[in-house]
Design a protein around this ligand. Structure first.
Ligand code: TYD
Ligand code: MG
Length: 479
């Protein structure tokens, strides 16, 4: 007879402990440990294992068959479309648009002739229909249900697959935190429930051959609540993110067994749902006003895609006390480092000023390649001179003030040329050896910047700045 064993599971990271404590030693979360009772593993007599056929590294590998959903931005992030018998986790903050995106995806697949089932544990069928009406999707033959019991879903899917409707291509579960497996006592949303429910559904997806999308909520701290334990069970993990109050939404692949990670899809929120943004740079730069000091265009890279975005800096005199450094969309620590470099290597004194930095449009940049554009925005704000509106920037800045190479320079340059920029401020081009110097696309002049002092000099040397006061390194207008 198997007897039940108690164990203590952290609801934040899934770590299992032998006894209860107030703080999880694995992830440091407080009050996250909950007792779970599970049947002790039964030891079964197992027949001797089967001998495996070991093979070499070389051989024919078929690319996985794919079914495009018909939403180009989503298909791109997936690596070309849905892979049959795969499981995808779509995470994001509540209210960010996960349900909307997945209902649109299911509808698009159904319109293309695929069979899509959408099961919601959060909304009633009436609410889903209302949403579909608002999004203009009522003509699509998506099959809906409101349910939270995993056994019911398993039974439904097993019957559906053999029914007259033909094989199911997509099952959306919205959300995994609302699902409950009858075999377990723990509450929906607990690690045990999430894991057991996900495991059953994934097993079914693999045996029936449909693609499974599990929607999951993210906690304030940015972790998938509970589903951290699920990340290794699924084939792909996508995050849907964006700033609330901004209309852009970005879908990011952080894991993908069937495609590239770091790929992004860009969407714009509208009354009619999520609209795809095929040319993000144009959108992110749409509200840029030329001739304002403190703005610089950064040629960034999101996944394999170059994206231009505007970086804004504002300096205001500090009334006393320690100066404020406030950042939206970039790393605060990196801004601190950059300000120190500008001060000690470029002579730009900012200690009397509060510095505000913002990436326009609610985007978030993680690349150090943004350093040069950030430095340009700050230098421009300090000098009270706009950057040249036909100029875009990229380059990393090191601690001695040197401007360093970054990846994919040519892709960035190409995007600048495409959007009508005529000059690129970038690191010195390295040639020699087997290295081919970066080539400029036609119509784009390259302004090579070796050191932050070259950048600051560009603002200082213009006639508008500090007439007649040579040898004064701090830019005018600050004091
Ligand atoms: P919803 O898809 O329900 O978010 P989630 O499933 O991630 O919690 O979207 C939240 C709200 O925003 C909902 O009231 C619908 C609205 N919305 C739009 O009006 N247009 C859009 O393009 C999106 C994505 C959402
Ligand atoms: Mg939802």
């Amino acid at each position: 007879m198997a007897k039940s064993a108690a164990r203590f599971v952290c609801q934040s990271c899934g770590a299992v402990h032998a006894k209860w404590s107030g703080r999880c030693e694995a992830c440091g979360a407080w009050n996250s440990i909950v007792e779970e009772v599970q049947p002790a593993a039964q030891v079964r007599a197992v027949a001797t294992g089967r001998k495996l056929a070991l093979v070499g590294l070389e051989g024919e590998a078929d690319p996985p068959p794919r079914r495009p959903l018909g939403l180009a931005e989503l298909d791109r992030v997936l690596g070309g479309g849905l892979v049959p018998a795969s499981a995808i986790l779509v995470g994001g903050d509540p209210g960010i648009g996960k349900s909307t995106l997945m209902l649109q995806a299911a509808a698009s697949l159904a319109r293309g002739g695929g069979r899509a089932i959408y099961i919601s544990g959060e909304e009633s069928v009436d609410q889903l229909r209302m949403r579909a009406r608002r999004l203009g999707l009522t003509d699509a033959a998506v099959e809906l249900a409101a349910a939270t019991g995993v056994q019911d879903i398993l039974a439904t899917l097993a019957a559906a697959g053999r029914g007259p409707g033909g094989a199911v291509s997509l099952l959306v579960i919205d959300s995994i935190q609302t699902m409950a497996h009858e075999a377990l006592d723990s509450a929906p949303g607990s690690v045990a429930q999430v894991r057991a429910s996900a495991l059953e559904l994934i097993r079914l997806a693999k045996s029936e051959g449909f693609a499974l999308v599990l929607v999951g909520h993210v906690t304030k701290e940015g972790a998938l609540a509970g589903p951290r334990v699920m990340e290794h069970m699924v084939d792909a993990v996508l995050y849907f993110e964006g700033e609330r109050g901004h209309q852009f939404r970005i879908l990011r692949a952080v894991k993908n067994r069937f495609g590239a990670t770091d790929e992004i899809g860009v969407f714009e929120m509208t009354e009619q749902g999520l609209a795809e943004v095929a040319n993000p740079s144009a959108l992110f730069l749409a509200e840029r006003r030329g001739n304002i000091a403190g703005s610089a265009v950064f040629a960034g890279l999101e996944g394999t895609r170059p994206v231009l975005m505007e970086i804004q800096a504002l300096l205001s005199p500090n009334a006393g006390g320690s100066p404020r450094r406030s950042v939206l969309g970039w790393d605060g620590g990196r801004l601190g480092m950059l300000l120190a470099v500008l001060e000690s290597r470029g002579g730009l004194r900012l200690s009397q000023h509060d510095v505000y930095l913002n990436v326009a449009g609610g985007l978030r940049i993680t690349e150090p390649a943004a350093d040069l554009a950030v430095a340009a925005a700050i230098a421009s704000a300090a000098a009270g001179q706009p950057t040249d509106p036909s100029l875009a920037f990229f380059g990393e800045i090191g601690l001695s003030g040197e401007v360093r190479q970054v990846a994919q320079a040519e892709a960035r340059l190409k995007e600048m040329a495409k959007l009508g920029f005529t000059a690129a401020a970038m690191p010195r081009r390295l040639g020699g050896g087997s290295r081919r110097p970066v080539a400029a696309p036609p119509g784009l002049a390259l302004v090579e910047i070796g050191h932050v002092s070259d950048l600051l000099g560009r603002f200082r040397d213009r006639p508008a700045a500090a007439p007649g006061r040579k040898g004064e390194p701090a830019l005018e207008g600050l004091e």
